[in-house]
Design a protein around this ligand. Sequence first.
Ligand code: XMP
Length: 507
Amino acid sequence: NVLILDFGSQYTQLIARRVRELNIFCEIKPYNHLPEDLSEYKAVILSGSPFSVRGDDAPHPDLSQIKGKKPLLAVCYGAQYLAHFNGGNVAPSNTREYGRAKLSFIDHSESFFEGISEGSQVWMSHSDTIKKLPEGAIKLASTHDVENAAYKLKDEDTYAIQFHPEVYHTTDGKKLLENFLVHIAGVAQTWTPDSFVETTVAELKAKIGDEKVILGLSGGVDSTVAAVLLHKAIGKHLHCIFVNNGLLRKNEFQSVLDQYEGMGLNVKGVDASARFLDSLEGESDPERKRKAIGRVFIEVFDDESHLVEDAKWLAQGTIYPDVIESVSATGGPSATIKSHHNVGGLPDYMKLKVVEPLRMLFKDEVRRVGASLGIDKELLGRHPFPGPGLAIRILGDITREKVAILQEVDAIFINGLKEWGLYDKVWQAGAMLLPVNSVGVMGDERTYEKCVALRAVESTDGMTADWVNLPYEFLQKTSNDIINKVRGVNRVVYDISSKPPATIEWE
Ligand code: XMP
């Protein structure tokens, strides 16, 4: 196990993902919540930070239990922090030190840079620079602008680098992490999807025994993988509930339910469409729509779970990015842009114990674990779909007729992406039904009908996104199909806004 101490860098999660790609388990902890028992950690990595070490409010944790006692790798701010507190000198830099740079000098007498040559590209992002190294420190690398790009403290396994090994643009970043973790710190590369499945199934068996577990399936990757893991551990004691809120994609409820049954899951499909659609009647405010759907979901789920006699556990598909304690640069909570409704908001009175088998996994790891469990590739590669479904893609109030129109449009778009081999190149796609009618002409007749907007984005986590440059021929064919086949739609537009400032969903 490797400990990553977070100083608030935007790249901290990336460090963890790179380490996991080396099949090494690691955990992120905020610098001000250093675990008391450090014995299980074989090595420690210090992250970057938006702070300057010279600032009064900068993170200055006590590292006396770590430095010199365990292999330590300090990145960016971490490197400056070590220099600052060990007799070096950190000051604002005169030249810009952002973006690409090339290593112009490397000390190859140290195994740290083994297999990495001069000229290798690294990614810099810092405004302070290390002017003078600590007493006795050994310079390991430089770039044209940054003299002390990497160094080592004498007589201890403490390494520091000014650049970011975790970002894609640092060509040999992963190799460097491997050199440090595997060759210097001697950490074993045993964290694989298969070993995760094996140990997690054993843990779940021991923890749950023959008690009953309830799990809400959504059709998405996380809840599905959580269900299959639990099923492997406790079989029929897992009771899955899959709710149709009437706002899913066309035919989705039945086809996903069939798939779940095909996997041998003990699943109950509950068609509560009418209850959801009735609760949304006349509602056009996005946040109130979300709240109504969240409320009805809890009611339905609660009713259903009471039918499972003597259930003791509630299972959830929570993943690691949802549980990492983060260091906030401003100290305050971030603004709520949209309230995301998930199973997380279940009422306290359900008094169930919670089990979250995926809480230590990143999304890409969930997919790899799913593949190792034999879950269908197509299911694992599905685009994300929001909990409130088409309700937040129908701008304005929602009627059954509008849902039916949007389901048709969405199906043409998504099936087209699949047929053209574009589906896997897109992170998320969908159609929005706009609350405007526009004039058109079909045959000799004037029409006055609805407009739909298509949206397809590239992203890694939904936090930032860019629109996808879909081929014109594809857009042309899709637009024709939609206008010819879907009654009530006479105009199609394509959304070319990035996030930020736009969001992925229109509501
Ligand atoms: P935005 O629109 O905020 O979306 O750019 C980012 C990602 O979150 C999804 N999304 C939601 N998911 N409940 C959900 O479960 C919601 O209320 C919700 N709103 C947005 C969106 O589909 C995208 O993947």
